[in-house]
Design a protein around this ligand. Sequence first.
Ligand code: ADP
Length: 538
Amino acid sequence: MLGLMQNYPLLAHTILDHAALNHGDREMVTRAIEGPIRRINYHDLRLRALRVAKALHNEGISTGDRVATMAWNTDRHFETWYGVMGIGAICHTLNPRLFAEQLVYIINHAEDKILFIDLTFVPLAEALAAKLPSIKKYIILTDEAHMPATTLPNAVAYESWLAGVDADFAWHSFDENTAAGLCYTSGTTGNPKGVVYSHRSNVLHGLMANQPDVFGLTSKHVVLPIVPMFHANAWALTFSAPMAGASMVMPGAGMDGKSIYELLDSEKINVSAAVPTVWLGLLQHLEENNLQLPYLDTVAIGGAACPRMMMEALELKYGVEVIHAWGMTEMSPIGTTGKLKSAEESLPVAEKIDLKLKQGRTPYLVEMKIVDDDGNDLPRDGVTSGHLLVRGPAISSAYFKLGEIILDEDNWFDTGDIANINAGGYMQITDRDKDVIKSGGEWISSIEVENTAIGCEGVAEAAVIGIPHPKWTERPLLIVVRKPGSEVTAEEVLAYLEGKIAKWWIPEAVEIVDELPHTATGKIQKMELRKKFGGYEF
Ligand code: ADP
């Protein structure tokens, strides 16, 4: 017997309807690409999103078509996002930091029909356009007054394109499993792979993100999503904030410490989310200018491990609660968040920080477990590490056009991360499976060595790779970038690590370099380092 409840499809654009109706006067504030601060509210954002939907419909875009955006977090990007999804088309967010060849590959693979671009990326798009036969129109996210001279074929200013269209339009109706978004993983190995989100997965993931132990937004919050919309749905904030009626502040192209601080201060922001590099920039700006963060309550840090000094500075010096978050593009992306449980609130400060530096616990709608190389379940003892597997309704089952199901027979997805889980459910990533260092039959956590090394005065960035070793299989080599003006030596870094990590984890050698190679999502490219240091001898 089936339940007798309504068959109410979970559609992403209903989130904006809800925000417009119930929180219509809540604002979205944008640092516009053209310079000034722009303000709009959810009521008007919905009307503009409907106009985008109608204009796209007039262009012949329909269900299943891919419409790409190459844009920062702005109100116009947000309207476009909902406008595309609201007619059953697929919003393909492009990461402009990818290499040119990767962008060409991705756009052609996705067969995007229209490309919405910010002014910033016009030169990039011009350089690629000849290789993008599927794109029929370039819509530049600006007005006529700021429209640049461009060689892009069929280019139009967004505001002019919208000008002739009113909001008298109804969202299309379709099944909740219809594709809504497309985001390619950066493809550190092989070609980038397309993750396809559905309306249902977006709505469920947005609800999940609003659980109090995750980001728990409410209509009282003002949230600054620094994490870009092209980086896995801005970690759900583009759904969870309007769903809760939280005000949003969109930073546009300004991700440096000074620009972020200005917004935090002038807009009295209380929640924000970004990768560690951004917080590093903010902390530096605060130190140099002797500033405080009186309004900011909570920041989410994820995408890469949060270093201890960052957690300590934000929590202890600036009084901001850090939520360490882990996830991946394939998970929409939230997998775990590290808010403490009530019993843990009374632990000594250092122990609380230790716990919060783990990657956190799963919310309802994410399941996780660790297994050994043969797929056998491993205990949740906080020590044993294994391959981290996940499952849930907002986790990929296959990649775009690749057909093949990427889950095992019990629907578990292998994240490619190596982790341990403790009895309280806190997961700690020790490595990527392709980056693990095996020394004397045991694994060394490169993440822990790197994060400890970053605490050394004068060290800006650190990466550890395994170098083949005749006796121990592999031994760690630490590669370090100095802070500007620092003269820190290899010996000093090694001396700093003494006593802070297990003796046999201490790197065999330290190499100092000018810079480390990064992926488009800011992760260190270990593969490049392994190539560069191939044949290294201790
Ligand atoms: P990419 O396209 O670069 O793979 P993702 O954002 O999907 O981008 O990367 C996901 C991976 O990033 C995870 O599998 C994990 O290895 C790493 N990661 C994400 N968050 C954290 C974190 N808090 N701590 C450590 N690693 C993290």
